[in-house]
Design a protein around this ligand. Structure first.
Ligand code: BGC
Length: 747
């Protein structure tokens, strides 16, 4: 399919020429025009608002966001180019998070594909659609490490792992930006939220974070470093405060790390209203002070609040900031506009973009939805269902036919009409007459509950009847889209409403039950797993939810999704993540004491006790990296070419992977490493590499990994980056709790 960047003429400009152009512009600009460039305004709405029109024509705005009407976009740009003194085009942004009009799986689901190529394709299509509407800049990818499923924004993230998030983040950037930012169909990407937002206490959005510097560097920052190295065009600061200093005024993050250590030269933007909110945080007294702190910390462009526009001039006159400071910010904004080709294509750009064919887009959406679904349980190989054996299926649940809800959060521009629900797809599938032997003809639908949060049980009876009249039930449960995403956190992450009661009632019919969970976050699944014979965790899979689910349920493909985040057994286990520290008293299965094992009147003792909960042990419900398949993968014959290596050597690992089943399938082979002793305590395992491998029935493949110092380096006690000599273990397997293992020593 043709979704590659196809610029009409590849830019031949050099970096020096771009910089020279910036300097020429800068020389010609008044102070007001410079400060104007630092302002981003919300231009949303059905019309071009008068205040926006005026701001553009006066040159007091450098960027806008949230206008997606192509005519309005064009008109704004026309005013900027034709009616302002210097004709500097506007930068126009939008949150294109998991699709523009075509909605793909939510980012957390995308991460479950462990497939960077697919993520790049989705981002490319999103870029083409957005660029055709006049958008130049997306506020994506969100690469916040998320270890707390209560946090609604976990939906927007790639999960809990720094390496996986970095790889997928880079893939998304490649898709959005293409290989030439100046092509009209490339859009600038934005790494957000810098940094540590995912550590919001109690999984509560906008909440405080406390992240020790070694954890910041080793866990939260690596994905940001990866996209900075890839050349991402911009960074957005986080709303949250970190160690007492909100990220938007955090010079350590924005200057010391981003500019001085990483040498990042792109644009920084504050989050929505975040500079003004510095005073609400209690860091600054008023907007003027807030502007000063954000400016000094390193924010170039201010989103929505207008503290820079109102106060920078005065701050400059008072000598609190320098003209060099302002010029440096303006330079980065102008340079991005030049790099994006806006000075050439500001008006004609959208018309030069050709969007891929619908069939190609749907194929990518379907593939992504398929690859993101995780098979959590499949008792007695209930799945795949045989259409030859079944004559009727009950399709049950509040999310079985909810085309909008299955799209998930951040779908402002999404085309809901193109979203196909499980019910519609299963009906279509059953209605096909292409197989003589096929018995499946009847699909009986009953919602069971009004929506995912409903407690009213009046519709359950109908669902029970439908199931009783069918051979099996597919029950679609989970969360409506509005229950995850920004500002939509939950303290209890079990299935909301009376969904478990509905599941129990369906189970009581005695019919085989397949639970499909559509949600924006990990859900506590213990009871679901007890009740259902098979469980597919589908996340919010986007517009091709129904067809993708059909492909999996009826065995056209084997599920291959793997969890990008640990699933807890209870909320009390949160935060729970696979790459935790060992502690001085690590738990083990044979030493776990359960609350019911404690004798009445037992006296206090900690002898032999370790780090576990009396009521939940220490293991999660499902580990990071987990996911079943219809294929069966066996790992064998692990070998390593050395047991000792020095820093400049490579360790070659090999393992045989065999599919012992009679169906094909894709396995994600994961390599984890543990550094046993360090100047800082090290995680019990860290994902270092992975490979997706398709095996036909009975096929065997030799899988190779090469370990080098890049896989062993970390930010050490003195914050320097590098390796430390000593003992290491490694595991190669299908999830973070398993694998064939070996050892080596770094000399
Ligand atoms: C969010 C950002 C988003 C911005 C612009 C904020 O509320 O935190 O992620 O990009 O709004 O819509």
């Amino acid at each position: 399919m043709n979704i590659q960047t196809a610029p009409p003429a590849k830019s031949l400009r050099s970096k020096e020429q771009d910089n020279a152009r910036v300097e020429l512009l800068l020389e010609a600009m008044t102070l007001d025009e410079k400060i104007g460039q630092l302002q981003q305004l919300d231009a949303g709405g059905d019309t071009l608002r008068t205040d926006i029109k005026e701001a553009i024509s006066q040159g007091s705005v450098g960027a806008v966001l949230n206008q997606t009407d192509p005519q309005i976009c064009k008109e704004m740009q026309r005013i900027a180019v034709e009616e302002t003194r210097l004709g500097i085009p506007l930068l126009h942004a939008r949150d294109v998070i998991h699709g523009f009009t075509s909605i793909f799986p939510i980012p957390l689901a995308q991460a479950a594909t462990w497939n960077p190529d697919l993520i790049e394709k989705m981002a490319r299509i999103s870029a083409l659609e957005a660029a055709a509407a006049g958008i130049h800049w997306t506020f994506a990818p969100m690469i916040d490490i998320s270890r707390d499923a209560r946090w609604g924004r976990i939906a927007e993230s790639f999960g809990e792992d720094p390496y996986l998030t970095g790889v997928l983040g880079v893939a998304a950037v490649t898709g959005y930006q293409g290989d030439d930012l100046s092509a009209p169909d490339a859009i600038a990407a934005c790494a957000k939220h810098f940094a540590g937002y995912g550590a919001s206490e109690a999984g509560l959005d906008y909440n405080t974070t406390n992240i020790p510097e070694n954890e910041l560097r080793n866990v939260y920052l690596p994905p940001f470093k990866a996209v900075a190295d890839k050349g991402i065009a911009s960074f957005m600061s986080s709303f949250s405060d970190i160690d007492g200093i909100p990220a938007t005024a955090n010079r350590f993050l924005l200057k010391t790390i981003l500019r001085d250590e990483w040498g990042y030269e792109g644009l920084t933007v504050s989050d929505w209203n975040a500079i003004s909110e510095l005073s609400i945080h209690g860091l600054t007294e008023n907007d003027k002070d807030a502007a000063l702190q954000a400016c000094r910390a390193g924010i170039d462009m201010e989103m929505v609040s207008e503290t820079y526009s109102a106060h920078l001039k005065q701050l400059l006159e008072a000598g609190d900031i320098s003209l060099q400071d302002i010029d440096a910010k303006v330079r980065r904004i102008l340079l991005l506009k030049i790099q994006l080709g806006l000075f050439e294509y500001a008006l004609s750009g959208p018309d030069l973009v050709s969007v891929p064919d619908e069939a190609d887009i749907q194929a990518v959406a379907r593939q992504a939805a398929i690859e993101s679904m995780v098979l959590m349980k499949n008792d007695h190989d209930l799945l795949p269902l045989s259409e030859e054996k079944l004559s009727s299926i009950a399709v049950i649940g509040p999310l079985a036919d909810a085309p909008r809800e299955q799209l998930g959060t951040w779908i402002f521009d999404g085309d809901i009409e193109r979203s196909i629900s499980p019910l519609v797809a299963i009906r279509q599938f059953a209605g096909k007459n292409d197989a003589e032997s096929r018995k499946l003809r009847k699909v009986i639908f009953a919602k069971g509950l009004k929506n995912s949060r409903a407690y009213g049980t009046e519709d359950m009876e109908e669902a029970v009847k439908a199931t009783s009249a069918a051979d099996c039930a597919i029950i679609c449960l989970g969360e409506e889209a509005i229950l995850s995403g920004e500002a939509h956190c939950r303290a209890d992450i079990r299935l909301p409403g009376a969904q478990l009661d509905l599941l129990k009632a369906i189970k009581d019919t005695g019919k085989p039950v397949i639970a499909v969970i559509l949600a924006g976050r990990p859900i506590i699944l213990d009871e679901v797993c007890d009740l259902a014979d098979a469980v597919i965790f589908a996340w919010h899979p986007g517009m091709q939810t129904g067809p993708a689910l059909c492909d999996i349920v009826f065995g056209k493909v084997s599920p291959s999704g793997k969890l990008p985040v640990t699933f807890p057994k209870s909320v009390g286990q949160i935060p729970i993540y696979y790459n935790h520290k060992n502690t001085g008293r690590p738990p083990s299965q044979d030493r776990v004491l359960h609350i019911s094992d404690i004798e009445e009147g037992a006296t206090q003792t900690s002898f032999g006790m370790t780090a576990f909960h009396l009521d939940d042990g220490f293991e999660p419900q499902f580990p990071f990296g987990f996911g079943l398949s219809y294929a069966r993968f066996e790992y064998s014959d692990l070998s390593q070419d050395r047991h000792e290596m020095d820093c400049d050597e490579a360790l070659n690992l090999e393992v045989n992977l065999t599919n012992t089943a009679s169906v094909g399938g894709t396995e994600t082979v994961q390599l984890y490493i543990r550094d046993h002793v360090g100047s800082l305590t090290r995680p019990v395992r860290e994902l270092k590499q992975f490979k997706r491998i398709y095996l036909k029935p009975g096929e065997k493949q030799n899988v190779k990994f090469t370990v080098t110092k890049a896989d062993l380096s970390f930010y050490r006690r003195d914050h320097s980056y590098g390796v430390e000599k000593g003992r290491f273990s490694f595991w190669i397997g299908g999830d973070s709790s398993n694998g064939l293992s070996g050892k080596f020593v770094l000399l």
